[in-house]
Design a binder for this molecule. Structure first.
Ligand SMILES: *[C@@H]1O[C@H](CO)[C@@H](O)[C@H](O)[C@H]1NC(C)=O
Ligand SMILES: *[C@@H]1O[C@H](CO)[C@@H](O)[C@H](O)[C@H]1NC(C)=O
Ligand SMILES: *[C@@H]1O[C@H](CO)[C@@H](O)[C@H](O)[C@H]1NC(C)=O
Ligand SMILES: *[C@@H]1O[C@H](CO)[C@@H](O)[C@H](O)[C@H]1NC(C)=O
Length: 333
């Protein structure tokens, strides 16, 4: 034992003179270990490179077995019903566009400088608080419709207000479950939207009726062939609601910056940020798209199912004149 002790001492030269570097080394080593191993257990604290996990989205891919079919409409005679103005005495949403550009929030949009092309569409559809300011050459400048989630909408609104000063934003759609969108005074998000709508002169606020929300979930279940389950089990993405709206208001939909997820199977693919406005090494952004997709895929409840959603979008594209640009892909037969 004493021999080992002596050996160790000489190995690390553990004497008073260089104890400090040794201790610093110990602290640094411990910190590095934390960043390497912690994220495995707490993926949201992820700051560095995570050890790869086997992707499990294949399961979701295989669930979709039925032949593709057109989207089951919410209402045959009035496709845009179910979107109501937050102010009850105002008209429901009625806009129709020949060509829509649907701009993804993904980091992919930063690779193609598609801004000019996007601006040429009759209507431009954006999501959540994705900014235009500073990203014009990639995402264009115009916004006709913005679809946003109820989640952290107060926070998103602060961003959107800033965005409003630099773009002509006139229609904000907010989706959310009944508990937060109920109009009897107990819906937190609804109450907030109502106060914004009353104060605003240049923005129309729309929300999805409870029937619309139910329809959106049923649509997902039907398309994926998953058995019925409580709505809380699946957390549809804003992209899902946005794509459905786009099929109802646009003759042609050009989607920008939305991959089909195949890049996530390729370990050498250039990583895209989850959001184009958050660099994936930023403390705020700190997420790569594929990491985030796979992380959600591995969560049983309360997570988005991005791979399945995109698979469904690909299937709809055969019937609804949807094309995917930058990255360009055509759905498999
Ligand atoms: C569809 O919309 C029309 C017109 O708004 C309405 O009269 C009808 O009741 C709706 N149908 C359904 C099944 O909701
Ligand atoms: C913004 O709105 C103003 C007033 O409605 C209009 O004159 C202008 O052309 C719009 N700009 C864009 C980029 O749509
Ligand atoms: C889902 O499938 C059921 C059963 O076939 C059908 O009654 C319903 O209309 C479908 N709903 C949607 C939104 O696709
Ligand atoms: C999609 O829309 C464009 C423009 O209207 C049209 O030229 C094209 O034929 C349409 N494609 C399909 C498959 O309907």
């Amino acid at each position: 034992m004493s021999i080992l002790y002596v050996d160790l001492r000489s190995l690390v030269k553990f004497n008073h003179k260089n104890r400090t570097p040794f201790l610093i080394g110990l602290v640094v080593g411990f910190t590095i270990c934390n960043f390497v191993y912690f994220p495995t257990y707490f993926p949201t604290t992820y700051l560095g490179e995570r050890r790869p996990r086997p992707p499990s989205y294949a399961t979701m891919y295989n669930i979709i077995a039925d032949p593709a079919k057109p989207l089951e409409p919410f209402n045959n005679t009035d496709p845009l019903s179910g979107y109501v103005n937050v102010l009850k005495d105002k008209a429901p949403f009625k806009r129709h566009c020949s060509v829509c550009a649907l701009v993804s929030t993904s980091g992919h949009v930063l690779n193609y400088m598609a801004g000019e092309e996007i601006d040429q569409a009759e209507c431009v559809i954006r999501m959540n608080h994705a900014p235009v300011d500073g990203f014009e050459k990639h995402v264009g400048t115009r916004t006709t419709v913005r679809v946003a989630t109820h989640k952290n909408f107060e926070e998103a609104w602060r961003q959107i207000t800033h965005i409003i000063s630099t773009e002509n934003l006139s229609n904000v759609f907010v989706w959310g479950p009944d508990r937060t969108m109920r109009t009897d005074g107990k819906g937190k998000t609804y109450n907030y939207l109502l106060s914004l709508a009353k104060a605003s002169t240049d923005v129309e606020f729309y929300m999805l009726t409870p029937e619309r929300m139910r329809y959106s979930h049923q649509l997902f279940d039907n398309e994926t062939g998953l058995p019925r389950r409580p709505e809380s089990d699946i957390y549809l993405s804003t992209g899902w609601f946005t794509m459905v709206l786009a099929t109802e208001m646009c003759d042609q939909i050009k989607v920008y910056g939305m991959s089909n997820g195949d890049n996530c199977r390729d370990p050498n693919a250039y990583p895209a940020a989850y959001h184009y406005f958050h660099h994936f090494l930023d403390f705020q952004g700190r997420r790569k798209e594929c990491d985030e997709y796979n992380r959600m895929e591995n969560m049983k409840t309360g997570a988005h199912r991005f791979f399945a959603e995109k698979k469904v979008f690909g299937r709809w594209s055969k019937y609804h004149n949807i094309t995917f640009h930058f990255p360009t892909w055509t759905p498999e037969e």
